[in-house]
Write a protein that binds this ligand. Structure first.
Ligand code: GLU
Length: 280
């Protein structure tokens, strides 16, 4: 059976992959291969301060260790800045983006959120004149104006069903960072369209981001993939696996002599190595 199904795995090379990444990549690969479709890879390395070439090598090594196969060429976001700039320019021209000069501390203070949390941006710079002192700025999406323009939106999630898009849950997100000139949100929707991705398999931690992605797809006239947000793998303490918390990596499991074929067979049946379990 051959279908047009194209799924992808899109890791950021900011550390070594953990079991949650392996699980997502495996589900994505299996979904495409079961339908005679294609599984592609994308390296999401727009954050030059945190991404490292050795982690890109680590991604290939870990996925190969799991026995996954993907199509060439691998897309690399750091080579695609022109495409992201074109999308940003389109949103600026539509009058749906504005410059923001706020610092993180100013945003946290204005939103009344504790430092470290990701507060919803209170819109301080919407309609604000350029301070004219050369301060660095990012671009934000004017979420309410964008929603008015796009009208009501939905997406289909293989697990959650029909979802009504509520981009306001993330609000006026950054669409071009001060340091990177683009953002995760722009890059991901532009690249999924360019790679012809029909099915997005990723963890529930990105479910909220999909509200914004759906809005951007409508504004930029991009196709809408089918989403498959899956439950996250949790560690023995019930915590999500995270690079920044130094969760055990796939390289650690390999060093422990874990058999990758047995690991993958287990993951396919929802059986995880000792100490791990699947969240809701
Ligand atoms: N690059 C993102 C991450 O590593 C995932 C992007 C996506 O699947 O949409 O968390």
């Amino acid at each position: 059976m051959t279908t047009n199904c194209v799924s992808r795995f899109a890791p950021s090379p900011t550390g070594r992959l953990h079991l949650g990444h392996g699980y997502s990549a495996l589900l994505a690969q299996d979904l495409a291969h079961a339908q005679g479709g294609r599984f592609v890879l994308r390296i999401e390395d727009i954050d030059e301060n945190r991404c490292r070439p050795e982690f890109v090598d680590g991604i290939f090594e870990d996925l190969k260790w799991l026995g996954l196969t993907w199509e060439d060429p691998v897309m690399v976001q750091s080579t695609r800045r022109e495409a992201y700039q074109a999308a940003l320019d389109q949103l600026i021209e539509m009058g749906l983006a504005y410059k923001c000069w706020c610092t993180r501390a100013e945003i946290a203070a204005a939103a009344g959120a504790p430092q470290g949390d990701q507060p919803i941006y209170p819109g301080t710079c919407r309609g604000r004149a350029d301070p004219g002192d050369g301060r660095p700025f990012c671009w934000r999406l004017d979420c309410a104006a964008a929603q008015r323009q796009a009208g009501p939106l939905i997406w289909q999630d293989a697990l959650a069903g029909r979802v009504v898009a509520r981009p306001e849950v993330l609000g006026d997100v950054v669409i071009a960072r001060k340091d990177a000139g683009t953002s995760y949100h722009i890059a991901v929707v532009v690249d999924d369209a360019t790679q012809g991705v029909t099915d997005i398999v990723r963890g529930d931690d990105l479910f909220e981001a999909t509200h914004i992605h759906r809005l951007l797809q409508a504004l930029l006239d991009l196709p809408v993939p089918l989403y498959h947000h899956h439950g996250l793998i949790l560690d023995a303490g019930g915590e999500r696996l995270a690079k920044r918390r130094n969760s055990e990596t796939l390289a650690d499991l390999r060093a422990q002599g874990i058999d990758p074929a047995a690991l993958v067979e287990g993951l396919r049946r929802g059986v995880l190595p000792p100490g791990y379990h699947l969240g809701d």
